[in-house]
Ligand binder design. Structure first.
Ligand SMILES: [Zn+2]
Ligand SMILES: [Zn+2]
Length: 182
């Protein structure tokens, strides 16, 4: 038994040789299967435009069914299908708009600089002190940087932590003796 050619579009196989392949690829059935396959990836705007240009399919109207659906030479557009397509089109434009907005307002700074970071820290501190007007006159230590590390709550609650994991208190740091390493 020789090799067989399998056509993915038609879910069919036949003895593989050039004549058979040519005959299959030029067949109406195969062409319809390929068109139907790519129809799923077609732009809804393009589909609507093409359907509106075609003349209505008489077979579909007479029988309520046409075997060429959805790639018939004649239009299969129904009010429901048109509504569906228009919905898809407006969704597409909404997504495009959202993508453009996401590009124009980046959340992450592309090239962060130390100057930029310091400016941001300064403006954050100003915001902090302006919200607590009664603390505005107190010393700098009250306006803590906004991105200080904080222990996760679920770790703080635990009582069985080894000493190396528990963050030192400020008091302990002040009292700590300077160790000589080496
Ligand atoms: Zn085929
Ligand atoms: Zn038709």
């Amino acid at each position: 038994m020789g090799k067989r050619y399998y056509c993915d579009y038609c879910d069919k196989s036949f003895p593989d040789n050039i004549q058979n392949r040519k005959k299959h690829m030029s067949g109406v059935q195969h062409e319809r299967q390929v068109k139907t396959h790519y129809f799923a990836f077609k732009d809804p705007e393009e589909i609507l435009e093409e359907e509106l240009k075609k003349r209505p399919c008489r077979i579909l109207h007479q029988n309520g069914y046409c075997s060429f659906h959805p790639v018939c030479r004649f239009s299969h557009l129904t009010p429901q299908w048109e509504q569906e397509l228009r919905k898809k089109i407006s969704l597409k434009y909404q997504r495009q708009e959202a993508a453009v907005q996401a590009q124009t307002t980046p959340k992450v700074e592309v090239n962060p600089t130390l100057e930029g970071w310091m400016a941001k820290q300064a403006s954050d501190q100003r915001q902090n002190s302006s919200t607590n007007s009664d603390q505005a006159h107190s010393s700098h230590t009250n306006t803590a940087p906004t991105n200080l590390f904080k222990m996760p709550a679920e770790i703080c609650e635990r009582t069985d932590l080894p000493p190396s994991v528990i963050p030192p208190s400020l008091d302990a740091l002040v009292r700590a003796e300077t160790l000589d390493w080496g």
